[in-house]
Design a protein around this ligand. Sequence first.
Ligand code: PEP
Ligand code: MG
Length: 873
Amino acid sequence: MKKLVYAFQEGSKEMKPLLGGKGANLAEMKKIGLPVPPGFTITTEACNDYYKHDKVIVPDLEASIFDYLNKLEEETGKGFGLVENPLLVSVRSGSVISMPGMMDTVLNLGLNEETVVGLAELTENPRFAYDSYRRFIQMFSDVVLGIHKFEFDRIMDKLKVKYKLSNDTDLTVDHLKELIEIYKTHVEKQIRRPFPSEPKDQMMLTIRAVFDSWNNPRAIIYRDINDIPNNLGTAVNIQSMVFGNMGETSGTGVAFTRNPSTGEKKLFGEFLLNAQGEDVVAGIRTPNEINEMGNLLPDVYDEFVSVTEILEKHYRDMQDIEFTIEKKELFLLQTRTGKRTAKAAITMAVDMVNEGLVEKETAIMRIEPEQIDQLLHPTFDRKALAEASVIAKGLPASPGAATGKVFFTSEKVAEAKENGIKAILVRTETSPEDIEGMVTSEGILTSRGGMTSHAAVVARGMGKCCVAGCGEVRVEEYNKQFKVGNRIFKEGDYISLDGNTGKVYEGEIPTQEVKLSGSFKDIMEWADEYRTLVVRANADNPRDAKVAVKFGAEGIGLCRTEHMFFDEERITSVREMIISKDIDQRQAALDKLLPFQREDFVGIFEEMNGRPVTIRLLDPPLHEFLPHSDEDIRSLGKELNMDYAELKAIVEELKEFNPMLGHRGCRLAITFPEIYKMQTRAIFEAIAICAYEKDIPVDPEIMIPLVGHEKELEILTHLVKVTAEEVREEKRVVVNYKVGTMIEVPRAALVADDIAKHAEFFSFGTNDLTQMTLGFSRDDSGKFIGEYRNKEIFEKDPFERLDQKGVGSLMKIAIERGRMTRPEIKLGICGEHGGEPSSIDFCHRIGLQYVSCSPYRVPIARLAAAQAAIRNK
Ligand code: PEP
Ligand code: MG
């Protein structure tokens, strides 16, 4: 029989896939001699079996659980359900990859009408015993019986009003007894049977509920966002309770060995005296800063500090630790590698290398490439910020700058996002149900809760700006408004949040660009030492080129020339060119465009200063440049001195059923060679200007899109070369240049040996290659891709993450066949996938020389490329 239960002393941190993160780390802490209350772990395999057996806990597993429960009774000298000396346990979920707050926990399990009396006598603290019991009923009912926690809060509030009490701690034993009775009656009414009192039943029901919580909607969403596989399952940890709510020498807290927002090497955390775990995390009472423990319980604090140091050295990483103090005795309830902001991740990684704690490679591997996206986006414009007015200040829970309209529910935020509106989620406090609104918001503002409240922890993990515990803000969710003093902010009003200072501003504040400096610069330079892939950027104008270079791009891998055509000054000439009736008319329009294109190229060459620039000749279907509404057609008609009906007829004629498979790419130039001729001339004239007037080195690569047949490329390469030669003659300028093609039509990949005869380089256009290989339209696949992901046909949208098996195979074929003809052929990628870490890893493995991505993703690509090199050493 498979072993499905492990005592803590039987495990270790290496057993995480089986024991889950929490169980494995509890075992590890036990192993290195730290104070951990005894317990055992039901494995993730048991959870997966449960699902395999249609949600039945098989008798073997149940027997094994009770066997370990007996051992736990022996170890603690207590008895489960034993009145004289009752064993109480916590039952907590523990997934392999931590999913904070997403799954369920029940504390104080084992209490009932009888054992509570025993506990009261044993501890000589009836208040504590009854308080624990009422907490248990509340938690168990919420997690296992599905009765919402707030219903119990409301009952308690009513009782407090009845006895005119202001704090929970003012409730006496008699009040608590009365409360417990009301709770039980409430439960019985809801579930039409009494609250379960037999401890063994309580336990089995809770284990089942924890297994079930693996598939609750918020856990599913969390896994989806964080790319956590759905088949890992959760472990269940059963641990004998220690009590932080036994008076003023007891307490509970959460601490990080370094600051998870900034990375600063300083213990960071919060604790509460006379409280149980959920009080700190739920943000119900505002906790104290961890260092205050030094004044209140100095000996315990010293011990705690040294334990945190041991843990960080042992794990060689920042730890997030949960602890409880029971009558001055310290217990550790959890340690895990702490979630951190991108800024903190980088600061810590660099510091730890400098401290000699980890190697550079480890530091590089530790940073999640996607996460540094947070650092690459604009912050508030400093001047505008200085002029903006602060309306309130809360805790700087997760850094960043956010500006948007206020909404009070997760649904409203998500809806706003769908409509392209930037939204700020404002809540009293968030709960795991708010996950979707948190993801889709620009930032989060809460009026309650501390730095380790749900909002704070989850926002930091997502890299979302968050101001928490902003007490001045009174949220009236039901009125769709919040008040600060006597001011009222309604749904739809603009506010701005500064996650670095905790300040809340009224109105919209413009943002500004970031720069690479300090630890960020260090880690990027280390990444450059390891990576072998070159990183280029997709940039269409000098402004983007400048950003790209600032972020470390080594060239431009794709300059889409059509974007230049949309400029206000030129669009009319572009349209004139498209609707011209004969070649002379077309040439006249192209002649007007040439100087503009030339200037664009000069600007880009200047910014790139000798780095390679791949310029792609015109690609999109012509109708994209034409007006579509009658009104616009009419006004263009006037501008071009053309009859409305005639123009309308041309627009109609150019319409295509499937323009992405239509008259576009190199097909345009096969039919209208003058277009590419003009573009080529503009490029070479720009080169001449750079050479003679500006003394700027250039390294141009001319790229022909959408080639599927070698003849297409043969004809167009010839055209480019002849035109280049003409300009060379005229301007007497000699430059080296390359002509190559995109591989984005499946046929091109299959006949790459032929194509390579005419191409000095291949750049994989994986946007089109994905579209055509899968037969999914780039523009319309959104309609069904969600369902494809839900059904796990694709783990991710194949337009975001390369379909390695399908599209990737075509790439491999193209490389192999291309090299047969031209062994030294230069290879790169310029589809969106060039900035996606797992696709970059693939590009590294199949032997591409460079990836090209959007300028803001260049640092992500540099890091991902370094990780690929390290991973595939
Ligand atoms: C591609 O198809 O991958 C590509 C880069 O070109 P575009 O996205 O402009 O079609
Ligand atoms: Mg394309």
